[in-house]
Design a protein around this ligand. Structure first.
Ligand code: SF4
Length: 160
């Protein structure tokens, strides 16, 4: 599969992973979590189909600091094409952060070698916490991949 269903693009975000990043939102998520921030992009078939080459040239022309976050929706529900995109972005030297609602143990091992940061876990309303950077609820975690798939859990609590 060489196409991804894309929902949108955001520039200069400070909330979607470390540093100032551009965010590519992929369409569709089947988890339907109550309180989801991106409810309007949960349904597949309502986004734009873009080839990997189209996405790469779109990203290269807009993301000059080469820090990109891929979010959704649930990006890993489009894993086959997403893997190709991650490989291309990595070859081009992008710093990549992936936002997934999947639990750490559900994530294909290959992912950990292709990204620099990964946010895991779906949004859980009962665990909502606005004092943790980059996530919405306490069950969600952000990891830094330090090479060869080694994960370091980042402490994201905003200091009082
Ligand atoms: S996993 Fe994330 S994107 Fe999917 S429904 Fe839950 S909160 Fe929304």
């Amino acid at each position: 599969m060489r196409y991804l269903e894309v929902a949108g693009w955001k520039k200069n975000s400070c909330d979607d992973g470390p540093g100032i990043r551009s965010v590519l939102f992929l369409q569709g998520c089947s988890m339907n979590c109550p309180g989801c921030h991106n409810r309007d992009i949960q349904k597949r078939g309502e986004g734009s189909l873009m080839s990997i080459d189209e996405i790469i040239s779109f990203v290269e022309s807009r993301c000059h600091n080469k820090r990109i976050t891929i979010s959704g929706g649930e990006p890993l529900e489009q894993w086959e094409a997403l893997e190709k995109l991650l490989i291309s972005l990595k070859e081009k030297g992008f710093d990549i952060c992936l936002y997934t609602g999947w639990d750490f143990r559900q994530i294909p091992e290959k992912v950990f070698k292709l990204v620099d940061y990964i946010k895991t876990g779906n949004f859980v309303m009962e665990k909502r916490n606005v004092d943790i950077h980059y996530v919405g609820s306490e069950n969600q975690k952000m990891y830094h991949l330090t090479g060869d798939g080694v994960c370091e859990l980042l402490d994201l609590r905003l200091s009082a």
